[in-house]
Write a protein that binds this ligand. Structure first.
Ligand code: CAA
Length: 703
């Protein structure tokens, strides 16, 4: 059995190596074993100093996230208690930090009197991403080590620092020459400390971290940042903890930190963010696909189409060092496309995010061509041409002719039938959907659409490649709109209908941003393009042909050329980037409502919430039941990373679970009953939702 901790003596030193793969998460068993090892070293008169390290190189990724919210999280020895005990051992403790020290892992290092890192080590306090604050002394010990303001920035950003920055800030006392030398040099450092008679805990560089701050620092900070935090709890708790560090003695500050941490841990927001953490790791696992499957090698990529989407897609590969050929039909379109890519990189250079040299390196990886023969050797081809089935099928016929055997042929369609695209080739097993979100070089989500005949090897290869280019891949089956756009459809439909019934676009969007969505759905349609939405809708016309009111407002805006932001008007009016209400939309809604005999009335926020969000949720549950999504958490990831759903609500389905599935079902049925024909037609609860509620289940899963 894995001993969890390796204990070894080296002269006067005790070497204690954490050994809980893969990341030395500090769960209760490891905490208990570590405490025992430290007590043994503390009690051994032959031991004069203790070196703590990761037995396999990596120091620790922090508390065990899977324990949060369960009794194990605080089971003895709890992390704060363990670390407090380490600070009281009367012998120098030296943390030898290899690879990573995150969260509680960094707090463990902070509890040691001394820290040495290796040049590749990264450290940080990412708890904020889990809706938490550092809860094992980090908010109190870090400001005393690097100053309150630096500590606050580090904790609120959750960012990882590289070793040289950590050294510069005083988080590492020194750096080893390399990972192989880390342990040996940590021991050398420990011997030096002993030779110098160094104390077990050196004096803190900032014993009174508040001393150098202006008196109103925290009030100012709060006022400046609160709007950006929206309703997030964790940043506010972090600020309170840092304030405590500035006004309370260490021991009292540690107690205050504990209170705040427990508040955060118990919050729904942290529950939601922990759900998202595990969802992201789960998304890569596809039932039935052996993780050991041999992958195809992807050394060269081709993108068909140099438009905004094609250019953005190509950038992802150039960024990852993979050569990419962009194919266009006309020389001027090609030049324009590559010019846009260069301009995007130039903006990054201006913002200091990229060096000029990196820009040139990336551009050198991009090649343009007008000739399909130039992409014959590509290992992966991604088509990003006009969103029309016949156009895409024609491209795939050509690809089938020219591409080498074994090449993966991908379509970037956002809604069309990938099976119908695959069917025009003689190699449907090599065809897959790769739905990038716009702007494709920025958005993290990648919907990976598994068509009927897509080979497991093709799916596994693209999932791996997606991670290599920094994307979060989520697998979807084939249906109109896949996971994301299919759910957008009823959500947008209700938003438009609410405006016909008497709400204003601003009112609808305010309810959605009121629960912290990045954007309301109507602003989002304005951004994406009313025309784009209209054309997608037309392709699915049969699904709503029997409802004359269906998205009528969107259709009329389209007919008036109000395509959204790009034409200066849509559901809203735009002056520059400023969004303004437009009374013309209300007038239009009144006219349409009259024509359709839809009575107008005042509509409250609760109704807007339930109609938009319950329809979104209902569609998600339905497509889970249909097997389009593999799991509810995949759906959550799509909406968080593709549509600005707040991560601290955990995604729409997690949000539904937090609201209560019975309440969601009751809400849908209430709308069905109260909204007349519209309610009868569209508010049909998903059978899976009904089954879940009938069975008393509270989690969304197929059964
Ligand atoms: N607790 C439990 N499991 C963890 C973990 C943690 N802190 N960190 C990583 N893991 C698990 C992952 O779930 C994954 O498990 P599976 O293989 O079963 O899916 C495995 O370790 C490997 O993780 P990744 O797939 O993410 O591997 P990676 O190499 O891409 O990334 C990592 C490694 C950078 C450590 C990343 O996992 C990560 O960011 N982990 C979270 C770090 C973190 O947030 N730490 C703070 C914890 S909260 C805390 O410490 C509170 C406190 O103050 C007491």
């Amino acid at each position: 059995m894995n001993p969890l901790v390796h204990y070894r003596l080296d002269g006067q030193l005790a070497l204690i190596g954490l050994s809980r793969p893969p990341v030395n998460a500090l769960g209760q068993p490891l905490r208990a074993t570590l405490l025992k090892a430290c007590e043994r070293a503390a009690a051994d008169p032959a031991v004069r100093a203790i070196v703590l390290h990761g037995a396999n190189g990596l120091f620790s990724a922090g508390a065990d996230i899977s324990e949060f919210g369960s009794p194990a999280s605080h089971a003895a020895p709890d992390l704060p208690g363990l670390l407090l005990r380490l600070t009281r051992i009367d012998k120098p403790l030296i943390a030898a930090v290899g690879k990573l020290a995150l969260g509680g892992g960094l707090e463990l290092a902070l509890a040691c009197g001394y820290r040495i890192g290796e040049p590749g080590a990264r450290i940080g306090l990412p708890e904020i991403n889990l809706g938490l604050l550092p809860g094992a002394g980090g908010t109190q010990r870090l400001p005393r080590l690097i100053g309150a303001e630096s500590a606050l920035n580090m904790i609120l950003s959750g960012e990882q620092l590289d070793a040289s920055r950590a050294h510069l800030l005083g988080l590492f006392d020194c750096l080893a020459d390399g990972p192989e030398q880390l342990l040996e040099q940590a021991c050398g450092y420990a011997r030096d400390l002993l030779a110098r008679g160094a104390p077990a805990q050196p004096a803190a560089p900032y014993p009174n971290p508040g001393a150098e701050l202006p008196e109103d620092f925290f009030a100012f900070y709060r006022a400046e940042h609160e709007a950006r935090w929206k309703s997030r709890l964790a940043p506010r708790l972090v600020l309170a903890a840092l304030e405590a560090a500035c006004v309370l003695p260490l021991d009292e500050g540690l107690v205050r930190e504990q209170d705040l941490f427990r508040q955060a841990e118990a919050s729904r927001q942290s529950q939601a963010l922990r759900h998202v953490f595990f969802a992201e790791r789960e998304a890569g696992r596809v039932p039935g696909i052996d993780p050991a499957i041999e992958l195809r090698s992807i050394r060269q990529v081709a993108v068909i189409g140099a438009g905004t989407m094609g250019g953005g897609i190509a950038m992802n590969f150039a960024n990852a060092g993979i050569p990419v050929t962009v194919l266009e039909q006309q020389a001027d379109a090609l030049q324009r496309g590559l010019g846009n890519v260069r301009r995007n990189y130039e903006i990054s250079v201006q913002r200091g995010k990229l060096s000029q040299e990196q820009l040139e390196q990336r551009m050198a990886l991009l090649r343009g061509t007008l000739d399909y023969a130039d992409i014959a050797d590509a290992d992966l081809v991604i088509e990003a041409v006009f969103e029309k089935l016949e156009v895409k099928q024609q491209v795939f016929r050509t690809l089938d002719e020219v591409c080498k055997p074994g090449a993966i042929l991908a379509t970037n369609t956002s809604s069309l039938d990938v099976d119908a695209i695959a069917a025009v080739t003689r190699r449907p097993q090599d065809v897959i959907g790769l739905h990038f979100f716009s702007p494709a070089n920025v958005m993290r989500l990648l919907e990976v659409v598994r068509a009927r005949e897509t080979a497991p090897q093709v799916l596994a290869t693209t999932l791996k490649l997606a991670r290599r280019i920094g994307k979060l891949p989520v697998v979807s089956g084939v249906c109109f709109g896949f996971i994301g756009n299919r759910m957008l459809e009823p959500y947008a439909r209700e938003a438009m209908r609410l405006v016909l019934e008497g709400a204003t676009p601003a009112q609808v969007d305010a309810v959605l941003t009121g629960i912290d969505l990045n954007m309301g759905v109507l602003s989002m349609l304005d951004l994406a393009g009313i025309d784009v939405n209209y054309l997608v809708r037309q392709a699915n016309h049969a699904a709503f042909a029997d409802d004359p009111s269906y998205c009528r407002l969107g259709d009329e805006l389209y007919a008036q050329g109000r395509y959204g932001q790009k034409t200066g008007s849509g559901f809203f009016r735009y002056e520059g980037r400023q969004r303004l209400d437009d009374p013309a939309v209300t007038t239009l809604a009144e006219r349409l409502a009259g024509e359709l005999r839809i009575p107008r009335r005042p509509i409250d926020a609760g109704e807007i919430h339930d109609r938009c969000l319950f329809m979104l949720i209902n569609e998600g549950i339905q497509l889970l039941d249909e097997g389009i999504a593999l799991r509810a958490s995949d759906i959550d990831l799509v909406w968080i990373n593709g549509y600005g759903f707040p991560a601290h609500l955990g995604g729409p389905l997690h949000y539904a679970e937090q609201l209560g599935l019975d309440k969601v079902l009751a809400g849908i049925l209430a709308c069905q009953a109260s909204l007349g024909e519209h309610g009868q037609r569209w508010f049909q609860p998903a059978p899976l939702l009904q089954r879940l509620v009938a069975a008393g289940r509270t989690r969304i899963e197929t059964f």
